[in-house]
Design a binder for this molecule. Sequence first.
Ligand code: PXP
Length: 241
Amino acid sequence: MPKLGVNIDHVATIREARRTFEPDPVAAALICQLAGADAIVAHLREDRRHIQDRDIQLLREVIKIKFNLEMAATAEMVRIATKIKPGQATLVPERRQEVTTEGGLDVVSKHKSLERPIKDLKGKGIVVSLFIDPLPAQIRASAKVGAQAIELHTGRYANAGTGEEVERELKRLVDGAKLTKELKLRVHAGHGLTYQNVANVAAIKGIEELNIGHTIISRAVLVGLDKAVREMLALVRINNC
Ligand code: PXP
């Protein structure tokens, strides 16, 4: 049964639109926790466009479920993460111009620059996950570079236009999850998942965690965060083991 990690970056995005104190992503995280979420995800970006340093410090203190810090594999972020010590760090590529994380990490060509950050994070007891496209070469390279988990990028599945494309992208995720388990890594998935498209991914054998943000916070604006989280949990908690 996959677990649900709720990404609260979008709550901080609303706050930063006015550079004020509300809505507070820490308060949002506590509501997600009360509603039954299994983890809280927050991405501290280099440009601090949404989540701030103060947020991750407070999240680490008040959240009792897993705290998954999304971050670029830079010296600055590794320094912050090893001080805060989230339960998990998910390494993502980061570009200032992008609206959201666009592609997965290119572990095949960047493995040298990932070795040190992964070692340092693991050295502090932080589980390291790499956000990658569901491609066998990237999965194998992730195992080789020392990651303990990978997060399969579901963006192409989410954006698939035709039934044929959906089937093709879903198969990539199914095969990717299978290979990842064979390599003895944990499999997570996320990006672009919605209330409408999540069921097929939640049903994939081996996927242990889904990280979902935009659709939950969007629904929360209309129906409330507690209800939005519970409705997503009902869709995610499909027994696929
Ligand atoms: N996983 C990763 C690695 C991400 O970067 C994001 C977006 O911040 C998500 C999951 C959640 O994506 P979405 O907001 O589209 O649900």
